[in-house]
Write a protein that binds this ligand. Structure first.
Ligand code: ADP
Length: 306
């Protein structure tokens, strides 16, 4: 039995002006002690799925079960076994760090003392600021407090909606280290992120766009399946370079990726020297054949869909 089973979940939002399909036939399973990543850009449906799994939103159709409890019929049982960290900072801004934690412990009929062991690794990093109002904490500290609150009732499953969005790189790294420790303690984690580099920190990932799952696999398998050649290219004039590369006759796609452009070509279709010749009018040209990242794979999947 999987810890989480999701079958054909559909969810539409009907507004005055239009109907938005937020989740379109989403299905996947998550195993015990797995870190499962939902990777997708803003608006792809990640929060909607978290809200359904955490029983605060009803699906239009389909079924989702957590430890065999149905998210619609058995919502009370589910609320006891999950810890949910919503995307937006959900804590009480005017309460102190300690008051927030006490509040969450109380509503789950426990106390900080009773479950201190569970959160000590995380909480001791913010304990020196326990009298500070939550609204006055830095992004990384808010995130640690929110995670402590989500853990205080000893949940078996953690649902973390974009926990690292807007958090500095050091705190992001620390956060992933904490998740790995929690996983070793048997906790199952579903985590969403718009940062493609975080995909590699998950055991398995689902790539999601416009409410549709594009692929579900181990991050390494996803990049191994990429069956094209890919080059990282820079020159003195990056704008002109992008335009030129998009005009190149063999280009499948070319996108700006950080400081360079990533050019995708059919496998073994052309030699580097042909590309250099085509771009010979560029100054300080650098062309490197690279291994694809998850982001490259994501872009390619979108390209194939259109
Ligand atoms: P993500 O978490 O990946 O950013 P969401 O689940 O928040 O995605 O949103 C998916 C889609 O549903 C988006 O197009 C968003 O604008 C829309 N949406 C989300 N919540 C609502 C709502 N309450 N009413 C109308 N549309 C919504």
């Amino acid at each position: 039995m999987s810890t989480i089973e999701i079958n054909n979940i559909q969810k539409k939002y009907i507004t005055k002006s239009n109907t938005i399909t937020a989740l379109d036939n989403v299905s996947f399973t998550v195993d015990q002690s797995e870190i499962f990543g939902l990777i997708g850009p803003d608006g792809s449906g990640k929060s909607t799925l978290f809200r359904i799994l955490s029983t605060v939103l009803l699906p239009d159709s389909g079924e989702a079960k957590i430890l065999n409890y149905d998210v619609v019929r058995n919502f009370k049982e589910i609320r006891k076994i999950i810890g949910y960290m919503p995307g937006k900072f959900s804590l009480y801004q005017d309460l102190s760090v300690e008051e927030n934690l006490n509040f969450f412990a109380t509503i789950f009929e426990t106390s900080i003392e009773e479950n201190y062991e569970l959160i000590s690794d995380i909480y001791k990093q913010i304990e020196p600021f326990k009298n500070r109002r939550a609204g006055k904490l830095s992004g990384g500290m808010k995130q640690k407090l929110a995670l402590s609150c989500a853990l205080i009732h000893n949940p078996k499953i953690l649902l973390l909606d974009e926990p690292t969005t807007g958090v500095d790189p050091v705190s992001r790294k620390e956060f992933w280290e904490i998740l790995n420790k929690l996983k070793l303690n048997g906790i199952t984690i579903v985590v969403s992120t718009p940062y493609m580099d975080e995909a590699n920190l998950c055991d398995r990932i689902a790539l999601i766009q416009n409410g549709k799952i594009l692929d579900i696999d181990f991050p390494k398998k996803i990049t191994e399946k990429f069956n094209k050649d890919i080059f990282s290219i820079t020159s003195d004039n990056m704008y002109l370079l992008l335009n030129d590369l998009r005009k190149f006759k063999d280009t499948i796609s070319c996108f700006a990726f950080g400081d360079s452009h990533h050019l995708v070509l059919e496998k073994n279709k052309i030699e580097l020297i042909q590309l250099e010749k085509f771009l010979s009018h560029h100054k300080n040209l650098s062309i490197k054949k690279i291994k694809p990242t998850i982001e490259d794979c994501f872009m390619q999947m979108l390209q194939n869909k259109n």
